[in-house]
Design a protein around this ligand. Structure first.
Ligand SMILES: Nc1ncnc2c1ncn2[C@@H]1O[C@H](COP(=O)(O)OP(=O)(O)OP(=O)(O)O)[C@@H](O)[C@H]1O
Length: 244
């Protein structure tokens, strides 16, 4: 479904590569957590799958196609296979919930009858069937993220990419979002989620691909994640400076 063959991405020749010789494969129907410290390359991985960016060297295949070799008129075809969710929701502020989701179908030229059927269905999947007429500013952060997931899922993409989808949400709300992603996964969508949230990773126990400085440090099935504890390091440093 997604294959990286010795992929390196250099944004800026004066700094180290964002991804450095990454080889991995994600099969249809998997749920994969992409973890690692800030700057380790998680968002870059996702951008390369979407062809938001191109690899500097190596090859990225999505649904069997080398994405770098797609002609520009074929990129929209690739993106139809992908739903994407971000940390900051990215909803259209002057459209209500229904219209935000419907918009994703309208841009693909879907018929109104189909839209009127599919949008309520997906809003039910994310638990927002009663809020179709609300505007984004009338929703909580968790509800806004549910709308963003509904929008990403309404065209039934083969792959859902989620870049820190719970990054702006409190723990309870985050669990609600994970339930929705889990349902979408169980309906057959391959899910790749970049996250810092070790509680979610440790509880869900899915495949974990851990990046560090652009390289794969670890790739394990049904795994957990123990990030380097920067809080503890910071506290210890502060205590030492108090003693002095
Ligand atoms: N558009 C860009 N131009 C230049 N450098 C970039 C760009 N995007 C990312 N980088 C650099 O590439 C490296 C990897 O960044 P990336 O955003 O992929 O990491 P990340 O793991 O997603 O981080 P975070 O968890 O903070 O979102 C970092 O050193 C970053 O500064």
């Amino acid at each position: 479904m997604i294959r990286f063959e010795d992929v390196t991405k250099v944004y800026d020749t004066t700094s180290r590569p964002a991804l450095n010789g990454v080889t991995t494969e994600i099969e249809r129907g998997e749920f994969v957590f992409l973890v690692g410290p800030s700057g380790s390359g998680k968002s870059t991985f996702i951008r390369l799958v979407q062809r938001e960016e191109k690899a500097s060297t190596g090859t990225v295949y999505v649904s069997g196609r080398d994405v770098a070799r797609l002609s520009s008129w074929r990129v929209p075809h690739l993106r139809r296979d992908l739903g994407v969710v971000f940390q900051d929701f990215r909803l259209l502020p002057n459209k209500n919930v229904f219209s935000n989701v419907a918009f994703a179908m309208q841009v693909l030229g879907k018929r109104r009858g189909l839209i009127n059927q599919a949008v309520p269905e997906v809003l039910e999947t994310v638990g927002l069937q009663d809020k179709a007429r609300r505007f984004p500013h009338e929703l909580s952060g968790g509800e806004q993220q549910r709308v963003a997931i509904a929008r990403a899922a309404v065209n039934k993409p083969a792959i859902l990419l989620a870049d820190e989808p719970t990054g702006n949400l409190d723990p309870d709300t985050s669990w609600g979002i994970m339930e929705v992603l889990d349902t979408i996964h169980q309906n057959g969508t391959t899910v790749v989620m970049a996250t810092h949230d070790h509680e979610i990773v440790n509880t869900m126990r899915r495949r974990v691909v851990e990046l560090e400085a652009g390289k794969i440090l670890r790739d394990e099935p049904e795994a957990g994640y123990q990030p380097a504890d920067n809080t503890a390091k910071l506290q210890s440093r502060l205590r030492k400076s108090e003693v002095r």
